[in-house]
Design a protein around this ligand. Structure first.
Ligand code: RI2
Length: 318
């Protein structure tokens, strides 16, 4: 039940944000595991695998989701005693949740070092990690101002401006297409990431790449705040990140579409910003240029070729 409920909430975006969905999946596996203490090892593993399959199928782009699930369930393969299996799985799940929360605050502290007193910052969508940098700078007493985009079609910008306003940060709310218009007033752009590939490309909310391009044109720094589990190990093998395309209903209601017989509504949720337009990636393990994504994957995620055998592809063919 907990797994189905969590899966449904992730699918409908009641639970959203790459970090949050990863933690919610780990939490669902932890709670589900606690309900399976009466099973034998084979039955336990089967149920956990089924739960993991369901959770990983909910949203295809945020690599945080399969990375978290893989971390929690993969060592199960080596277990031979069921009590040890569930104890270890539950420890890994709660350990992941704790590390993930800690990562966001470390990123906030590191990110704030890249912000200067008086800066005007543009952010896009609603990223815990990006907001942590902005909030940390504000808590240090820096006088900063933010431009926050609306984020069509799901309006995640509404969550962002509420957080910023509640914190007492001067905020300008703009439609997505106004980002380039205001870029001349901006000192720094900060966004989150749903996935980062081995060549340093950043996959984030649709519209991010246009903002990065406008920032590049105006010589404005563009930095990305992302936990290390947002890096996509399988891109080392040349795999590409699948860009989620959600229902057209989010953009145009079915009754309007039915009158427009020659119109196809396209609704990609994310886009790809090439490394050329990214200045820095702030992670909990340090601040990296995008060109160092390979090092992050190898050293921070401890990824090796054995992971090829995983049932959970970190990312899929486009
Ligand atoms: P944190 C979100 O995706 C946004 O694209 C955001 O930038 C990214 O996840 C990272 O968010 P969605 O779930 O993990 O709104 O930094 O589609 O919170």
């Amino acid at each position: 039940m907990i797994v189905e409920e969590t899966a449904q909430k992730i699918r409908t975006m009641e639970i959203r944000g790459a970090g949050r969905i990863a933690r919610a999946a780990a939490q669902a596996l932890l709670e589900y595991s606690r309900n399976l203490h009466d099973r034998d090892l084979a039955g336990y593993c089967r149920e956990i695998q089924r739960a993991a399959d369901l959770l990983v199928s909910t949203r295809p782009t945020a690599v945080s989701l399969p990375n978290a699930i893989n971390l929690v369930i993969k060592p199960l393969m080596n277990e031979s005693v069921v009590e040890v299996a569930w104890k270890n799985l539950e420890e890994r799940a709660s350990g992941f949740i704790k590390r993930s929360e800690d990562a966001v605050s470390i990123i906030g502290a590191l990110g704030a070092r890249n912000i200067r007193d008086g800066d005007i910052i543009l952010t896009h969508c609603n990223s815990e990690a990006a907001l942590a940098c902005i909030l940390n700078a504000h808590q240090q007493g820096m006088n900063i101002e933010v431009y926050a985009t609306e984020v069509r079609p799901r309006n995640q910008g509404h969550i962002t401006i509420k957080t910023l306003s509640d914190a007492g940060i001067k905020t300008n709310f703009i439609v997505d297409s106004a980002a380039r218009h205001f870029m001349k007033e901006v000192d720094l752009c900060i966004t989150g990431a749903d996935a980062i590939t081995v060549n340093g490309s950043v996959i984030n909310k649709i519209g991010t790449s246009q903002i990065a391009l406008a920032a590049h044109e105006s010589r404005v720094s563009f930095i990305v705040a992302a936990e290390t589990y947002k890096f996509a190990p399988r891109t080392i093998l040349g795999e590409r990140i699948l860009i989620e395309e959600r229902t057209p209903d989010e953009i145009l209601p079915p009754e309007m579409r039915s009158e427009l017989r020659n119109v196809t509504v396209r609704n990609p949720t994310f886009d790809v910003t090439p490394a050329d337009y990214v200045d820095l990636i702030i992670t909990e393990a340090g601040v990296y240029p995008p060109e160092m994504a390979y090092t992050v994957i190898k050293e921070q995620l401890n990824w090796d070729n054995a992971d090829l055998s995983t049932d959970y592809p970190y990312c899929e063919e486009e």
